[in-house]
Design a binder for this molecule. Structure first.
Ligand SMILES: *Cc1c(COP(=O)(O)O)cnc(C)c1O
Length: 385
């Protein structure tokens, strides 16, 4: 076993076990659905690949180590991981949910789990009092995202976890935007962390995957039962790709964040920009709180382009940054929340929660920041009315 203390080493070494046949430095891709057993009732470690696969198990050990949890679970997508976590609850239960969670999370609660009488109440979780006011006998968990997408609202993970614990509720954190390199919710008191590993953990926009980490054996046993029973497991090849992606998580995120800070500062000082949402900017509302619970502001920025500029033209004029859904890859992407990620929200509600038509979201990649700044600068100039 490799000996290390810090997360920059853990991303490379955690979960990796010595392959006893070849001493391979990397975890092999065990592309098999079943395993030969030595005899009946001999309780083999590996029997059928939905129940367990050595490549997936290495990834699950890796994410559990990084999040400082008890056990990790790998799923076919972020939504499959979130669905599995929601299956821990029963009909009649209610979950308090951050009022601007990922659209897919809202959709599965509203259109799938509600049919089974698992209910949700949307709350502004940036205030602990708002959460407290909504706690009833039926409430069993608080589900948060911080920072939120696309307006980067920050929720106090420690305060929410303490409140939840005092009422016997579970705290679930979607840590997709930050990753365990920047923020570790379980260390702050949360019970369950979920990830769309499609984003920063994979990091190369080349796979779809989800992870969940729980903090106790009791939750681990229940999650394992659900993972094995429902069966949306991550395949061996994608497990390998994700292990490979996570090895560079620390160096990638350092660059994502330093590029993002430079771009956020540039935008903040530009006359064409009326507001910048970036948790790493000192002038940003959630800066203090985010700095307390996360290493830095991460790689996601949103901003409002002034009415003197045509936001449609801005998108058309970018020549390096691609217009696309998703985030967290090495390449920079731009998205228009009002017509893309948040299109399903009615226009009046969108305007009320601040997702205006001139809101632009950037997933800042790890290119040379001067190339990114030049592209943004050119696109702003070209979009002047
Ligand atoms: C993308 C995303 C998800 C869903 O993950 P998939 O891998 O697309 O299924 C969940 N939460 C957040 C914050 C996301 O960005």
């Amino acid at each position: 076993m490799a000996v290390y203390k810090e997360i920059e080493s853990a991303v490379i070494h955690a979960g990796i076990y010595g392959d006893k046949y070849t001493r391979a430095v990397n975890v092999p891709i065990y592309q098999t659905s079943t395993f030969e057993q030595t005899g009946i009732q001999e309780n083999p470690q590996w029997e059928y690949a939905r129940s367990g696969n050595p490549t997936r198990a290495a990834l699950e050990a890796l994410i559990s180590d990084l999040e400082k949890g008890y056990k990790g679970f790998a799923f076919a997508s972020g939504m499959a991981a979130i669905a599995a976590v929601l299956t821990l609850f029963k009909s009649g239960d209610t979950i308090l949910v951050s009022n601007n969670v990922y659209g897919g999370t809202f959709r599965i609660l509203d259109k799938v789990f509600k049919n089974f009488d698992l209910n949700y109440v949307l709350v502004d979780t940036s205030s602990v009092d708002n959460i407290k006011e909504n706690i009833t006998d039926k409430v069993k968990a608080v589900y948060i995202e911080t920072p939120t997408n696309p307006l980067m609202n920050i929720t106090d993970i420690k305060a929410v976890s303490e409140l939840a614990k005092s009422y016997g509720l579970l705290t679930i954190v979607d840590n997709t935007f930050m990753t365990p390199y920047l923020q570790r919710p379980i260390e702050l008191g949360a019970d369950i962390v979920v990830h769309s590993a499609t984003k920063y953990l994979g990091g190369h926009s080349d796979l779809v995957a989800g992870l969940a980490v729980v903090n106790t054996k009791e939750l681990a046993d229940r999650m394992y039962f659900i993972q094995n029973s429902v069966g949306a497991v991550l395949g061996p090849f994608d497990s390998f790709l994700l292990i490979r992606g996570i090895k560079t998580l620390a160096v990638r995120l350092d660059r994502h964040a330093s590029n993002a800070l430079k771009i956020a500062e540039y935008l903040e000082n530009h006359k064409a920009v009326t507001k910048v949402y970036y948790p790493g900017l000192k002038s940003f509302d959630g800066y203090e709180l985010n700095s307390r619970q996360a290493r830095n502001g991460g790689g996601m920025i949103s901003f409002l382009l002034s009415d003197n500029y045509d936001y449609r033209k801005f998108f058309k004029s970018l020549n390096l940054i691609a217009l696309a859904e998703s985030l967290g890859g090495v390449e920079s992407l731009v998205c228009h929340p009002a017509t893309m990620t948040h299109a399903s929200i009615p226009a009046d509600i969108r305007a009320k929660i601040g997702i205006h038509d001139n809101l632009i979201r950037l997933s800042v990649g790890i290119e040379n920041v001067d190339d990114l700044l030049l592209d943004i600068d050119n696109a702003i100039k070209a979009s002047a009315k």
